[in-house]
Design a protein around this ligand. Structure first.
Ligand code: SAM
Length: 193
């Protein structure tokens, strides 16, 4: 219920490996990386998120991600490194965005609000502060979508309830790694002040 739980518990994050663009704006599926699994899982745990979904339609890639998760959660790795285990507990591997939305709906009995991130400036984007307020004030669950490759496709932006403003730095260049972008965004929308 509103106010009774930390805001982060009403937020999840999904890293999409499809549909994303390649350097020539063709739609592709990218490979899962070990770094993204671990680093974003730690972010999700730090900011008290509900879940971290890794999304890929490629079955072998899902198997790989599951194996890494299981190793650090159930296997030898879990007792060797409990911090990592606690982070990877939040990881779920899904074939597509619909499966993620269905999983959230099963838990929350209502549709999640989709928030799409990207480096490009877009009209009607919500500001970091605006999203922070909405998360504080609403009872909805918010699903933040992050891309791989050269970013999420227009089709994904069309599904958004909110497009989040891009992170900007000193000049025109703002192409961050997804891990850096996720860290900055989570701190802006959920970090303690
Ligand atoms: N190959 C890259 C890597 O190793 O991380 C992936 C690049 S991927 C396009 C980066 C994702 O991070 C974007 O889809 C977006 O979700 C987010 N991102 C990157 N730069 C951003 C920015 N300036 N503002 C907001 N989000 C950004």
């Amino acid at each position: 219920l509103k106010g009774s739980l930390p805001a982060g518990s009403r937020v999840s994050i999904a890293l999409l490996h499809y549909p994303v663009y390649d350097r020539n704006s063709r739609v592709i599926a990218t490979a899962v990386t070990n770094l993204d699994l671990h680093d974003i899982a730690r972010l999700a745990r730090t900011f008290g998120l509900f879940r971290y979904y890794v999304v890929t339609p490629v079955e072998e890639q899902r198997t790989l991600a599951e194996r890494i998760r299981a190793h650090w959660q159930d296997g030898w790795g879990g007792s060797y490194n409990p911090d990592r285990r606690k982070a990877l507990e939040l990881l779920r591997v899904a074939p597509d965005l619909d499966a993620v939305l269905a999983d959230l709906e099963e838990n929350y009995h209502r549709s999640a609000r989709i928030v799409v991130t990207g480096a490009k400036e877009r009209p009607d984007a919500v500001s970091f502060e605006g999203l922070r307020q909405r998360i504080q004030d609403a009872e909805d669950h918010f699903l933040l979508l992050f891309g791989t490759g050269w970013g999420l496709t227009d089709e994904i932006f069309d599904l958004a309830d909110f497009v989040l403003e891009p992170i900007k730095g000193a000049g025109e260049y703002n192409h961050l790694s997804v891990r850096a972008a996720a860290a900055i965004i989570l701190d802006r929308i959920l970090g303690q002040r």
